[in-house]
Design a protein. Structure first.
Length: 231
């Protein structure tokens, strides 16, 4: 099977206390795609350090991952990333955003992102897709405080959950974004929740951890992303 190069734009890292057990998000995506979308080959560019592909044409698509930062923060790397997203959109390059990636793509293209009025979204949530998409629903891991409140005018909301009304967005045939994490394992999601439990309601922590006993659809989402990049 021929390999299709994907530029992985790293916007964040696994919290340091969890890195020995779980590694980095880049490795999580590599493992996910190796199993369910083996035609993809990731190449990492650390946008926090200002690293971007020199030749866009060398890549079949671009992937922006999660981050502990908020898209409205004033960190110096965020504005250049938004400008790069606008450029990718103008050139109709294939682009996928996950969690922070979902949010910053929406914001860069005119949407509104803020803390969710209902608080943190945690654990496995059922994401319902609109008719005409590969899945009727998907159970995905969530871990977010911010979310897209108003999508860009060019975007179509293609999925929602009870907590997140704009859980997935599509713009034309070249942009796909989602708030959920197909790269997360249940073990990592549980560890992430427990690392934040001192600032979360005990009942919410308990319910989120309980939700992780459900099966997830990471395999289907990874396959969908693979097909999106390499139709």
């Amino acid at each position: 099977m021929p390999k299709h190069a994907i530029a992985y734009l790293r916007a964040g890292y696994v919290p340091k206390p969890l890195q020995p057990a779980f590694g980095e998000y880049f490795g999580m995506f590599e493992q996910l795609f190796a199993q369910y979308a083996p035609q993809l080959q990731l190449h990492c560019f650390d946008v926090q350090q200002g690293h971007y592909p020199q030749d866009m044409d060398a890549f079949a698509g671009f992937l922006i991952c999660g981050s502990p930062s908020s898209v409205y923060d004033t960190e110096p790397w965020i504005e250049p990333l938004q400008a790069y997203i606008v450029r990718l959109h103008q050139q109709q390059r294939k682009l996928v955003g996950i969690c922070f990636g979902h949010q910053i793509i929406a914001r860069a293209l005119g949407g509104d992102v803020a803390k969710a009025p209902q608080g943190w979204g945690l654990g496995i949530q059922t994401t319902k897709l609109r008719p005409g998409h590969p899945l009727a629903q998907a159970k995905l891991h969530y871990s977010h405080q911010d979310q897209v409140l108003t999508p860009p005018t060019a975007a179509q909301t293609i999925a929602q959950s009870a907590h997140c009304p704009h859980a997935m967005l599509r713009i034309g045939e070249h942009i796909l974004t989602m708030q959920g994490h197909p790269e997360f394992s249940g073990a990592y999601c549980a560890a992430l929740i427990r690392s934040r439990q001192e600032r979360l309601p005990a009942k919410q922590v308990e319910e989120a951890l309980q939700s992780l006993q459900q099966n997830n659809h990471n395999d289907a989402l990874a396959g969908w992303i693979g097909d999106f990049f390499t139709p």
